[in-house]
Design a binder for this molecule. Structure first.
Ligand code: SAM
Length: 276
């Protein structure tokens, strides 16, 4: 048997072990990028083979955190794709303002960069006090860091430029304190944020919300899992609620395509309509 085939078998076995032992199902992740992350995890943890990783998953329950952190890609930035946040500010928040309470789900929030971005937007539009943001991810290590709101000072320049391009009203530095090599966002920005573990592959509706941001997450899933997650989003949104995807993601050719109208395609903003 060729090495490549042997590796495929080991990967299949790893996926089954993780599911059987811990209930995490990676079977429907896009295979090429999943394989890359699994190989990197093997190297980082010093495992001799992927089978050795499977054994650690079986024998050491505490290893799971490290595995989930290694398999996820918690890469993000504040006001990433600034035109999206500008569109949210200009087109979506004025509509959400008519609700007595605003509920937002940020799925796949990584280290929380988009969560603080949203909190700042809501604050500047005078809506934060009546808003609740549910920020979820599969990766508990990333979620803990998200709740801290601490980032490398070297990111401040990019974050500030994005903020200005997104129509920021002040200076981003008004919202954080710089200390040594780190910046820490004001505690008040997370007073209406709930950070929680939620697995889009297996968990159900999280809450009924008027806006879902799930950007740069679906790209890691195969078509079947993308459809599952998109149906979950549709069922979590109020009628006329908004869905915002990443710049490489789309509802075209998915099972929910007919349940949404394109609202602002360059910003990947869709609006749910009532069942036809
Ligand atoms: C590239 S980051 C996206 C961060 C942010 N939304 C952005 O666009 O900048 C992808 C995130 O999706 C999360 N993720 C991957 N699979 C997931 C799943 N099944 N359920 C929940 N989150 C998941 C990862 O842990 C990671 O934090």
């Amino acid at each position: 048997m060729q090495d490549k085939d042997a590796e495929e078998l080991e990967i299949g076995d790893f996926i089954r072990t993780l599911k059987a032992r811990h209930g995490y199902d990676f079977a429907q992740y896009a295979p090429a990028s999943f394989k890359r992350r699994l190989r990197a995890l093997r190297v980082r943890t010093g495992a001799a083979s992927i089978s050795a990783l499977s054994r650690r998953v079986t024998d050491e329950p505490a290893f799971l955190r490290q595995v989930l952190a290694g398999l996820s890609v918690p890469v993000s930035e504040m006001f990433r794709d600034p035109w999206v946040f500008e569109a949210l500010r200009r087109e979506v928040l004025p509509i959400l303002a008519s609700y007595p309470r605003i509920h937002i789900w940020q799925a796949g929030c990584a280290h929380g960069e988009e969560v603080y971005s949203l909190a700042i937007l809501l604050q500047e539009e005078g809506l934060y006090d009546k808003s609740q943001i549910f920020a979820t991810d599969l990766n508990d290590v990333a979620l803990e860091e998200a709740a801290e709101g601490i980032y490398a000072a070297s990111s401040a320049r990019l974050f500030s430029e994005n903020y200005q391009r997104a129509g920021g009203r002040y200076s981003l530095s008004d919202y954080f304190h710089a200390r040594y090599e780190r910046i820490k966002f004001d505690e008040s920005l997370k007073r209406n944020v709930t950070f929680a573990s939620h697995n889009l592959s297996t968990d159900g509706v999280f809450a009924e919300v008027q806006l879902i941001l799930c950007r740069n997450v679906l790209i890691y899933f195969n078509d079947a899992l993308q459809n599952r997650v998109l149906q979950l989003f549709r069922d979590s949104l109020v009628h006329k609620g908004f869905l915002c995807l990443g710049s490489k993601e789309t509802l075209a050719h998915t099972t929910v395509e007919r349940d949404f109208d394109a609202f602002d395609l360059p910003a990947r903003l869709y609006r749910r309509h009532a069942p036809r």
